[in-house]
Design a protein around this ligand. Structure first.
Ligand SMILES: C[S@@+](CC[C@H](N)C(=O)[O-])C[C@H]1O[C@@H](n2cnc3c(N)ncnc32)[C@H](O)[C@@H]1O
Length: 331
């Protein structure tokens, strides 16, 4: 078969699978479609999407983030969350190896189960205990599974069925979001899980504080920081992804890490909500203001466009400063 015919055949098969899923409500054709894509090679694969709804997810900002990216070696993302930017770079074939981390243990466990045991996870999520009902929700929320696969299934289930897709824990680390009453949440999204599984194959996953990036990042690597938002108003201080909040001192420590990586010769990119405090921390890198849709806000009527800050260290003036530093150091 010529390439042209092969790609036509693949498109028709995928089209067929999508429609069978749509009209029957069954997940099997999606799974078949994704397996088929895996066998047919990367050219026909769709971009993986975040498998969790995540506060501060970056899908709205992807165009801005990918603008003017330099060629880089390895990729590092130490506030991984839903990993929207990583999936975009991966789909564009820009990732050699990625070092991905987050301080949320349950999130990283889910990534590592998707990477290493995706079929077991899919089988677990297909069990009737993961039903979209209030009784099932509170039963799973109260459970404390110990196996990695059950923990990952519980995490995904709660994320899809809890109110607003929030991940929020109390001071003891217990998940405390109420049932969301969605009509048809995709608790088991086999196709996307398989795409995520594939995207993670050459990557390393860690659970821990963002400073972990200092261990692995080398000259020529790209580091993307997307820390918990610095609160822009009293009602927007959502930072409850883990039992520890991200304070002003953490933002300052992050700025120091940014500068250390800058002087190491890494390309460093950071996004945050716009505030004078954050803008002042990075003045020397000329932060850029862009607009994004905020996806999760505790008050539904306060969703909308917000100002975000993007900080890059490879704007021309910064590149020149680094070059000058290098020239001075070698003379
Ligand atoms: C704004 S979210 C990242 C969103 C992500 N870019 C996306 O597209 O979904 C911030 C993430 O930082 C994590 N986090 C909070 N404190 C951290 C810390 N000290 N070190 C590393 N990760 C942390 C949270 O668990 C959360 O996943």
């Amino acid at each position: 078969m010529t390439n042209f015919h092969a790609s036509g055949f693949i498109r028709i098969t995928r089209f067929f699978c999508w429609h069978v899923c749509h009209f029957t409500g069954s997940d099997l054709p999606h799974t078949f479609n994704a397996l088929f894509c895996l066998l047919c090679g990367s050219r026909v694969l769709k971009e993986a999407r975040p498998f969790v709804k995540w506060a501060g997810g970056k899908r709205q900002l992807l165009e801005e983030l990918t603008k003017g990216l330099p060629r880089f070696e390895n990729y590092h993302e130490p506030f991984l969350g839903g990993a929207a930017f990583f999936f975009r770079l991966e789909a564009e074939g820009k990732i050699k190896t990625a070092f991905l981390s987050d301080s949320n243990e349950e999130l990283i466990n889910a990534y590592s189960v998707i990477k290493n045991a995706v079929f077991d996870l899919m089988a677990e999520l297909a069990l009737p205990i993961y039903a979209n009902s209030e009784t099932a929700f509170y039963k799973i929320r109260a459970s404390k599974p110990t196996s990695e696969i059950e923990r990952a299934a519980r995490f995904i289930f709660l994320n899809k069925t809890a109110f607003n897709g929030l991940y929020r824990v109390n001071s003891k680390g217990g998940f405390n979001v109420p049932f969301g009453r969605y009509t048809n949440p995709r608790i088991l999204d086999s196709e996307n899980l398989l795409l995520v599984h594939r995207a993670l194959q050459k990557d390393e996953l860690y659970c821990g504080d963002f400073t972990i990036v200092l261990k692995n990042a080398r000259r020529g690597d790209l580091v993307y920081f997307d820390p918990p938002y610095f609160p822009i108003s009293d009602t927007s201080n959502f930072t409850g992804y883990t039992k520890v909040c991200f304070s002003q001192d953490d933002q300052k420590a992050l700025m120091k890490t940014f500068k250390t990586l800058d002087s190491r010769g890494c390309f460093v990119l950071l996004s945050n909500s716009y505030s004078d405090f954050i803008a002042d921390l990075y003045t020397e890198f000329d932060p850029e203001v862009v607009h994004a849709n905020r996806m999760i806000n505790c008050k539904g009527n306060q969703r909308g466009k917000i100002k975000e800050l993007l900080v890059r260290n490879w704007e021309p003036q910064v590149a020149q400063r680094n070059l000058l530093k290098e020239i001075l150091a070698t003379n």
